[in-house]
Write a protein that binds this ligand. Structure first.
Ligand code: C2E
Ligand code: MG
Ligand code: MG
Length: 570
């Protein structure tokens, strides 16, 4: 068993055999290949390039002295004068005693004499040299974390950056590994146990960088940094690594999370790579099911933007950066289209980003619950606008406002809406309420209850985006609603697709069954309008009539309407 483990461990160590004689290389390789990964070079120059390239991965160099192009002595000199290469042990192949002294001066770790000794002796020498090099404290104690033996954070970055520079910024992956709830582990089981956990994780990390090359540090009380040459199968490697940690810890109550910056060439600075890995790790804090995640630049910048919008929201409300636009809805059942009502749609005039459309911020505010503040602001604006138009034009233009799914859970929703309408001297039915269909399907009972209460208090409810949710016919018939607003995606192709037109006809049939009117949203062309009129859709909203416009522009539409029929809304 022990031998098997040794063999397994050894296979991950890479040994470079440098000899110009093919037979010699092959013989040595044959003695070692089932214990180590063997690579070959046939002269000093080739070996020098390989060593420079693979400096993080090489455990040992076995070097012939007499070779063309660049001989063994010269290569030893090159290695000795380079701080990083000096760490790789070299066994010199020699047949002369005199050569030994010179090689020793140049830093050789051991000798294998030609013709070769028995394979067991060769293997023992190789193992011994590798172990010695790995055990020796090359770096000063203060550069290591005393508990785990890994680098400390400062030295880790210093050394890592140096390696990056020397390696021409070769692709490196950065991993931040944190122990979940480590404080609790310490408090529950004591510091000593905590230290054991740290040590075990430290040695698994050590093992990983031994296998892959690279370096690692303990960067905080429960945090580690791992910097390893980029590999395309990193995911598999991490799976194995995590399994190994689980096995070593043998304690189900302890788990780790890892954030990874997988080198895609976009960042070459080591610290920035680790910033990204830390962000990815940080995101996992609240996730119990995922133990590692990769940094994603696009996602991150979107999240940063959303965060910024959240931070700016309160100030924006105070400073009235949110403006309510109005889009008319026309009744087309008669000879000419008649302005029937409007929908209030919010826009954010952000001092830095310019106009931000609701598509960008509504779902962000819905996700963190802040939407109720914005909705209330919009409802107030819309209600006072209805009042202003009533005062200015002597008529009431009903306005529909969007009620987010989050608002449905507010037990004071009805009181708030009544307060707003009453404050503006409006009948409740003049402030129409749009609730998206998907909210119905998510929480059907809660919605049905809330909507019934609102209707009891005189509000009219329009089911928005109809066709996008998954309302069953059965559910629809039991829902208390006053109108269906067809989602614009159904309207988009009615002029070119018979199927789409037929689908809209079916939805109109459903509305007929429910005895509610249908509003078609997103009508952009005359052709669409005619088709909808022909199949019996009465109310139209869309760019064909007008885009959502500021209140003062909307007044032009009211004036035009008044010219046609001064008594239309009295
Ligand atoms: P919605 O309530 O379904 O609003 C209709 C959307 O369709 C609006 O987008 C409107 O500008 C757009 N639209 C209308 N006619 C046409 C057309 O002919 N062609 C095209 N391509 N688009 C048309 P907008 O203003 O970007 O709003 C998007 C969504 O954001 C709204 O969808 C609504 O769900 C939400 N929203 C807007 N304002 C508010 C608000 O104050 N509160 C809440 N909770 N949600 C809001
Ligand atoms: Mg709407
Ligand atoms: Mg809609």
């Amino acid at each position: 068993m022990q031998e098997l483990l040794e063999r397994k461990k050894g296979l991950h160590r890479k040994v470079l055999i440098v000899d110009d004689e093919f037979i010699e290389r092959e013989m040595l390789g044959a003695m070692l290949c089932d214990l180590y990964e063997i690579v070959y070079a046939e002269n000093g120059a080739q070996a020098r390039d390989m060593i420079r390239r693979d400096r993080l991965m090489l455990s040992l160099v076995i070097l012939d002295l007499h070779m063309p192009v660049l001989d063994g002595y010269s290569l030893l000199e090159i290695m000795r004068s380079d701080g990083d290469l000096r760490r790789i042990p070299v066994i010199v192949l020699t047949s002369e005693k005199e050569a030994e002294a010179r090689s020793l001066q140049l830093g050789a770790a051991d000798f294998i004499s030609k013709p070769y000794e028995a394979p067991d002796v060769v293997r023992a020498r190789v193992r011994h040299s590798i172990e010695l090099a790995e055990d020796s404290v090359i770096i000063h104690e203060t550069e290591r974390d005393s508990l785990t033996g890994l680098f400390n954070k400062e030295f880790f970055f210093e050394y890592g950056k140096r390696i990056d520079e020397q390696n021409g910024y070769m692709a490196m992956d950065a991993i931040v590994l944190d122990i979940n709830r480590f404080r609790v582990v310490n408090e529950l089981y004591g510091r000593k146990y905590g230290d054991t956990v740290l040590k075990k994780i430290g040695s698994s990390i050590h093992e990983l960088v031994q296998q892959t090359g690279g370096l690692a540090c303990r960067s905080g009380s429960n945090s580690f940094g791992i910097y390893i040459p980029h590999s395309s199968d990193l995911k598999d490697r991490l799976e194995e690594f995590r399994a190994e940690i689980d096995q070593t810890l043998d304690d189900k109550s302890i788990s780790v999370r890892m954030g990874i910056y997988c080198d895609d060439g976009s960042i070459s600075d080591m610290e920035r790579r680790f910033d990204c890995a830390r962000l990815a790790c940080h995101k996992l804090r609240s996730s119990y099911s995922t133990c590692y995640d990769f940094y994603n630049a696009e996602l991150h910048s979107r999240e940063m933007h959303s965060e910024r919008l959240i931070t700016d929201m309160d100030k924006a409300l105070e400073e009235k950066q949110f403006k309510v636009f109005y889009q008319p809805k026309y009744n087309i059942s008669g000879d000419r289209p008649v302005l029937a009502s409007a929908e209030a749609l919010v826009r954010w005039f952000h001092p830095e980003f310019g106009m931000v459309s609701p598509g960008e911020f509504i779902s962000v505010f819905e996700n963190n619950g802040l939407i109720h503040k914005l909705d209330r602001y919009v409802w107030n604006e819309a209600a006072s606008q209805i009042r202003l138009w009533k005062e200015k034009f002597g008529m009431t233009v009903p306005v529909s406002v969007n009620v987010s799914r989050v608002d449905i859970f507010d037990p004071l929703l009805g009181d708030k809406l009544c307060g707003i309408t009453e404050q503006n001297g409006l009948e409740h039915e003049k402030l129409l309420l749009e609730i998206t269909e998907s909210a119905y399907t998510d929480n059907s009972q809660q919605i049905a209850d809330t909507v019934s209460l609102l209707r009891d208090r005189g509000f009219k409810i329009e089911m928005d985006d109809f066709g996008c949710g998954y309302s069953s016919l059965n559910m629809l018939t039991s829902l208390p609603i006053d109108a269906l607003k067809l989602d614009m995606k159904f309207i988009k192709n009615i002029a070119s697709s018979r199927k789409d037109l037929r689908l809209v006809e079916i939805m109109l049939d459903i509305a007929k069954l429910l005895e509610v009117p249908v509003i078609a949203e997103g009508v952009e062309t005359k052709e669409q309008l005619e088709l909808l009129k022909n199949i019996g859709c009465d109310i139209i909203q869309g760019y064909y009539f007008s885009k959502p416009v500021p209140a003062d522009e909307f007044e032009e539409l009211i004036r035009a309407e008044l010219k046609e029929d001064t008594h239309a809304y009295c």
